[in-house]
Design a protein around this ligand. Structure first.
Ligand code: SF4
Length: 458
């Protein structure tokens, strides 16, 4: 048992994180950048950072993730990385022909203090950026924030670099999906289409990180939001930002820059959060909800009603990214489950406030922590055992150690597939989550049943 030394006795720690429930900023920036069509992410730092970011994304999405690096050596660490980045920009455009290079920084280049906009201006002056091509950037010092912050920062940069208000409104709505799977992005587009609303989804990693096997390698897969679409976001009717932590920054920047009003919502995971998303999209676009969506909703409600007895009062521990946890907690409460331990590694007091509001009278004594770690989560579980654990792949050790049914959900999932192909957002995504929860709970019930009380029919 890998975690057999986890103690039950909890000591408050300030300067020590054990098994963090987050990863580093540039991973999020790289993921967001891959949601622009024809974009090559570029890591301004040393090679090891870039390899780590690429390999984490590749292991989760099971797709080769391409990215450039400024390949810092001792020299650049002392004198700065301007020469490396200038050379990289020239090489990338002449060899790999992207439409956009999306530069993010790393701990090292942030500590040196490299001024990326100044380096990009110099690249322009030197004729290294061909006409009609772009270099955008965001700052992602990993000693603050998390991968969610990096995602939010790169998404905001898309607005800062591209969005333009021409004064002529377009009959379209911007949707910022937050950090969700390519499958979720595809599902959000399907729901909007079903409602008859034209949306610009940015970033959009569907058809990039879930691209089909065609036998032909495409360096830039067909998916991703295009540059003209990004420019047009400044003329949209409104912006719907999904996930306060990952999407607020871009939505507010778009409002400030182009006067596009925004609605900040939770991720549409579960019944109520999906209702709010559908209702907001309906309202801002001035459309009616078609029967097909009402029927999808009805099917989710039907499963909840039929299976309520299996969800009731089951204790759940969950960990991961704040936007996912907020929506998931609300869904679990809808199911009459009891989320008793909730940890995110990402900073933000608003996380604890929002979760406490959701749990209010239902689970008033729940343990909730922002900037927490998985060691603390495990200790809480040892003090108050749970029926179910939900989180990314790293939860498997706690699950094994304490023999808890485990559902993989969030980022990263390194040891299973399915997450990038089957959505968990929307009403259909809700049914998938219910299926996973039921499978885990009932498998355990069957395993623990004796010969005389094992049930054939639920
Ligand atoms: S934490 Fe900093 S040094 Fe480590 S991989 Fe991330 S960017 Fe690189």
């Amino acid at each position: 048992m890998l975690l057999r030394h986890t103690t039950k006795e909890i000591k408050e720690r300030e300067a020590l994180t054990v098994n963090p429930a987050k990863t580093c900023q540039p991973i999020g920036a790289m993921y967001a950048a891959l949601g622009i069509h024809g974009c090559l992410p570029h890591s301004h730092g040393s090679q090891g950072c870039c390899s780590y970011h690429r390999s984490t994304l590749t292991r989760h999405y099971k797709e080769p993730v391409m990215a450039g690096t400024s390949s810092f050596t001792e020299g650049s660490s002392v004198f700065g990385g301007q020469a490396n980045l200038l050379e990289a920009i020239g090489n990338i455009f002449s060899i790999y022909h992207p439409d956009v290079i999306a530069v993010h920084t790393t701990c090292l280049s942030e500590t040196i203090g490299d001024d990326i906009p100044q380096i990009v201006s110099k690249a322009k002056e030197d004729g290294k950026i061909p006409a009609g091509k772009y270099v955008i950037h965001t700052n992602t010092p990993s000693y603050v924030g998390s991968h969610v912050t990096g995602f939010a920062n790169m998404t905001r940069s898309m607005v800062e670099y591209f969005s333009a208000n021409t004064g002529v409104k377009k009959n379209q709505v911007n949707v910022i999906p937050g950090w969700v799977e390519p499958s979720d992005m595809r599902e959000i587009k399907r729901l909007a289409k079903e409602l008859g609303v034209k949306i610009v989804l940015f970033p959009d990693t569907s058809d990039v990180l879930d691209a089909p096997q065609t036998g032909r390698h495409q360096f830039y897969p067909k998916g991703g939001v295009t540059i003209p679409e990004l420019i047009s976001t400044g003329d949209s009717l409104a912006t719907i930002a999904l996930g306060r932590f990952a999407s607020t920054s871009a939505a507010e920047a778009l409002d400030a820059k182009c006067k596009v009003p925004c609605e900040i919502l939770d991720l549409p995971i579960g019944l109520e959060a999906t209702d709010r998303f559908i209702d907001t999209l309906r309202t801002v676009a001035g459309v009616n909800v078609p029967d097909s969506i009402t029927e999808e909703r009805g099917r989710l409600v039907d499963v909840i009603t039929d299976m309520e007895q299996y969800f009731y009062n089951k204790k759940v521990a969950l960990f991961g990214d704040p936007d996912q946890l907020i929506a998931l907690t609300e869904f679990l409460v809808t199911l009459d489950m009891q989320p008793v331990h909730i940890v995110t590694g990402t900073q933000g007091k608003r996380f604890e406030e929002r979760i406490r509001k959701i749990l209010k009278s239902k689970v008033p004594n729940a343990n909730v922590r922002q900037s927490g770690d998985m060691f603390l989560l495990h200790q809480w579980i040892k003090n108050e055992p749970v029926d179910l654990l939900i989180g990314n792949t790293y939860g498997k050790y706690i699950s094994k150690d304490d023999d808890i049914p485990f559902i993989r959900f969030g980022f990263p999932i390194l040891d299973r597939v399915g997450h990038s192909y089957f959505p968990t957002v929307g009403y259909q995504g809700g049914i998938r989550l219910l299926e996973k929860i039921l499978d885990a709970v009932l498998e355990r019930q069957d395993r623990d049943a004796g010969d005389t009380n094992i049930e054939l029919v639920m």
